[in-house]
Design a binder for this molecule. Structure first.
Ligand code: ZN
Length: 339
């Protein structure tokens, strides 16, 4: 009960990439050394999660520069060399994004080597994250399809092929990250959920979706400040997810303005309750974590609650990250003893 996990990314060692920044460039210049460094960093972060007491560990996205573009790097039909600067997440911020210049296809497995390596490091349950179709579509400059829904379904097919390979390698949980769900809410009930269902089609491992208000970067902090006292975006999307085939929903709770009562709309789903704030270096106390779980228990049964982090932790330092994860595990332990 109260198995702990992480939303996804973890900070990279400074010998792999510049720390505490998003989209950090790789440091090893030699391709062979870079590959070795990615694998070593994957092993290290799994060990660090185990030591912190995390039950369902993640590969920490150590082999990816960014959670979206890491998957896209191995997809045909995209031009990464001539990127286009576009506004993403409804123009909340700008990013240099690959252009879609032809039909998209997956010429080979994107993450298999890293998933296999991660699997070999641990006997604990292993989680692997992939970008969701809607978020992919929002993080590329389409110059070929001309229709977001069509492009999302194309990517959902490629993601499903990738997910089936990861499952066969022994990955226990495959999570799709869909921060765009909080931005294009009216599309979630249509092509948003249709493409997610296509992405998880035929999978027998646990499937999850992480929907959030973004990393703790300034543009997101400003945006969150403009959302008002109560963030009720989930009121629109949770009923859609509750009716879907997805097993788990990951969301941010601590220090957010999401009313905890909204998780009551996720009847029958596992809920990954964000009990670690990724937008501050302040380390939570185990009691603060326990308080969040206690609040969640008012709206969901204990066996459905999985204490987690609010979002990816890649912008934080490693010291802060693992101190926070120790607090997460300790908070879950308090609650296990209490129930
Ligand atoms: Zn997130």
């Amino acid at each position: 009960m109260f198995e702990t996990t992480v939303a996804g990314s973890l900070p990279k060692p400074s010998w792999l990439a510049e720390p505490e920044v998003l989209w950090a460039a790789w440091r090893p210049a030699d391709d062979d050394i870079l590959e070795e460094a990615k694998l070593d960093a994957t092993a290290l972060c799994i060990l660090a999660q185990e030591e912190a007491g995390i039950d369902i560990v993640s590969d920490g996205e150590q082999s990816r520069q960014h959670f979206v573009h890491g998957f896209l790097a191995a997809i045909d039909g995209l031009d990464f060399d001539n990127r286009k600067r576009i506004g993403i997440r409804d123009d909340r911020y700008e990013a240099d994004c690959p252009r879609v210049i032809g039909p998209v296809s997956r010429k080979q497995s994107v993450h298999a080597a890293y998933a296999k390596h991660a699997r070999a490091q641990t006997d604990r349950k292993l989680k692997f994250t992939l970008p969701g179709p809607m978020t992919i579509v929002d993080t590329i400059a389409d110059e070929h399809y001309g229709d977001r829904a069509t492009l999302a379904m194309e990517f959902a097919r490629l993601l499903n092929d990738e997910a089936r390979e990861l499952e066969a390698l022994g990955v226990d949980v495959i999570q799709f990250d869909e921060p765009a769900y909080n931005v294009y809410m009216s599309a979630v009930a249509g092509w948003g959920i249709d493409s997610l269902e296509r992405a998880i089609e035929g999978l027998s491992c646990t499937t999850a979706i992480h929907i959030c208000y973004g990393y703790g970067i300034q543009a997101n902090i400003d945006w969150k400040g403009a959302l008002g006292d109560e963030w009720r975006q989930y009121e629109e999307t949770f009923p859609v997810l509750a009716a879907s085939n997805i097993d788990q929903v990951s969301l941010e709770c601590i220090n957010s303005h999401v009313p905890m009562s909204l998780i009551g709309l996720l009847d029958g789903k596992d809920i990954l309750v964000g009990a670690i704030d990724v937008a501050t270096n302040r380390i939570e106390t185990p009691d603060q974590v326990a308080d969040v779980i206690r609040e969640a228990l008012k709206h969901a049964p204990a066996e459905r609650i999985f204490p987690s982090t609010n979002c990816g932790m890649v912008p934080l330092s490693r010291d802060v990250t693992y101190a926070k994860l120790r607090a997460l595990a300790a908070g879950a332990a308090i609650m296990r003893a209490e129930i």
